[in-house]
Design a protein around this ligand. Structure first.
Ligand code: GDP
Ligand code: GDP
Length: 452
């Protein structure tokens, strides 16, 4: 699991700027689910060898009516899901009544809160930040989000204490003996059940599918303590393979009226993807592929997990509509060439059994042992079929390849000037390895190293 960091504060204090800097992206994966996460943006952040999930919120104005009330509500939900709250204030504007209002709320919630005075570039940060101590939330950290200043120190203070609880947060430096460590990875993977996460936006049929997989007999009364961000873990045996189903739909009874809203959470979904070996992404045939589906897909692709796609609610549709949906899928999802696509009806059970064939295929592809001589041989055949291009009159020379990791498979290629290979050649190599290794359901990562 990765820790969750929420950015809160008035509008215009620099939350988006900080968000973009942490996620290294201009367009965040905006999870704009109707009536649910509007105004909350989620991103995978990597900064200074630390990984975490960052949530940006619309802002709290202190004048909470109409649209503002809605934004404030989003911020409260984000705070609720967070491990750490970064409370941004504007060092140039000074302490505002709305800041006081937010501070009052933050003093009441049982969360680790850090006051962050932004925009200290070109001003006397110490004196301009002094006012913020009056909020009674402790140390005021000075940053300039737009210039990347002060962020490392802030994250060291805010996140290092969480390293024990969230070991996955720390990005390991590259090990020296990669081959050995790939072997170790493989041994560990193969000694554990396949962790299968069922994800998708609300109402695509995740609960129905989970129940179908588990059999109708399942009594759906789990009232586990926990928050909205906990998934339910269900051990399962099928055709002599062991699985842990990571159920993000939260097939559990909730007494609150807001059940439909509450059972879905982006943080939960991201955590589940992170923890899984294989992701089963469910989309709704009747709704087409939405930006939200693509946003979730983006997270899965980023994570490098194996992927199986299920188009659900494939019952009761006529041929014409089915063809139309298939064309649309091809148009919007055609770029993912490695994942199997299944048309299913979770409600009636059709196609559900076959899903597991693809899950096993994807997992086995992601964890199949490959050795140096085999990879080098494939690399040489590829090189023979298609000479790498000349760079400044010299030919790029790939020398040998070895395994750097599994789930996803990482292939490391050593050689001369290999960092100069074009995107087109890298894609050619990727496809060559995919075909030669007969890999399906998992992305492959190829890394290049200069020299022998
Ligand atoms: P949000 O509404 O809290 O998300 O705020 P934005 O990130 O949209 O920033 C509001 C304004 O403050 C924009 O014009 C930013 O360019 C500016 N801003 C953000 N960070 C800094 C900073 O570190 N220094 C300065 N001088 N301006 C900043
Ligand atoms: P979740 O929010 O993704 O867990 O979705 P649910 O499993 O709660 O399903 C949402 C709605 O879609 C419910 O009314 C289900 O009965 C319906 N549904 C789920 N699967 C199917 C299916 O295969 N076909 C049809 N026609 N309806 C389905």
């Amino acid at each position: 699991m990765l820790p969750v960091v929420a950015l809160v504060g008035r509008p215009n204090v620099g939350k988006s700027t900080l968000f973009n800097r942490l996620t290294n992206t201009r367009d965040a994966l905006v999870a704009d689910f109707p009536g649910l996460t509007r105004d909350r943006k989620y991103g995978q952040a990597t900064f200074d060898r630390k990984q975490f999930i960052v949530v940006d919120t619309g802002g709290i104005t202190g004048d909470e009516e109409g649209i503002d009330a809605h934004m404030a509500q989003q911020s409260l939900l984000a705070i609720d899901e967070a491990d750490v709250v970064l409370f941004l204030v504007d060092a140039r504007a000074g302490l505002m009544p709305a800041d006081q209002g937010i501070a009052e709320h933050l003093r009441k919630v049982n969360k680790k809160v850090y006051v962050v005075a932004n925009k200290v570039d070109g001003i006397d940060g110490d004196s301009e930040s002094a006012d913020f101590y009056a909020m009674g939330l402790g140390t005021v950290y000075q940053i300039a989000a737009a210039h990347g200043r002060g962020i490392s120190r802030l994250l060291d203070t805010g996140l290092n204490p969480l390293a024990e609880e969230f070991p996955a947060m720390l990005v390991e430096p590259k090990p020296e003996h990669e081959e050995l460590s790939a072997e170790e990875q493989l041994a560990r993977l193969q000694s554990l059940p396949i962790k299968l996460a069922i994800v998708g936006k609300p109402n695509v049929g995740k609960s129905t599918l989970t129940n179908r997989i588990l059999g109708e007999e399942r009594v759906v009364v789990y009232d586990l303590p926990g928050t909205t961000r906990d998934s339910v873990y269900i051990p399962l045996e099928r055709d002599d393979r062991e699985y842990i189903l990571i159920d993000t739909a939260g097939v559990r009874k909730r007494r609150r009226v807001t059940e439909a809203v509450e059972k879905f959470s982006i943080v939960k979904t991201l955590q589940a993807i992170e923890e899984s070996n294989v992701v089963l992404l469910v989309v709704d045939a009747r709704e087409g592929i939405s930006d939200q589906d693509l946003s979730l897909l983006g997270f899965v692709l980023n994570s490098g997990r194996s992927l199986v796609l299920a188009v659900n609610k494939w019952d009761g549709l006529n041929t014409e509509i089915k063809d139309e949906i298939k064309r649309e899928l091809d148009r919007r999802l055609g770029f993912i060439d490695f994942a199997r696509l299944h048309f299913i009806s979770a409600l009636h059970g059709s196609g559900v059994g076959n899903l597991f064939d693809s899950v096993v295929e994807a997992y086995d592809s992601a964890t199949r042992r490959v050795n140096t001589s085999m990879l080098t041989q494939i690399m040489e055949m590829a090189q023979e079929e298609h000479q790498p291009p000349l760079v400044q009159g010299r030919r790029v020379k790939m020398k040998y390849a070895h395994a750097g990791g599994y789930n996803p498979p990482v292939i490391i290629i050593h050689g001369n000037q290999v960092d100069k290979l074009s995107g087109a050649y890298k894609r050619f190599l990727m496809n060559y390895f995919r075909r030669s290794l007969n890999v399906m359901g998992t992305p492959i990562k190829i890394e290049f190293r200069e020299g022998a």
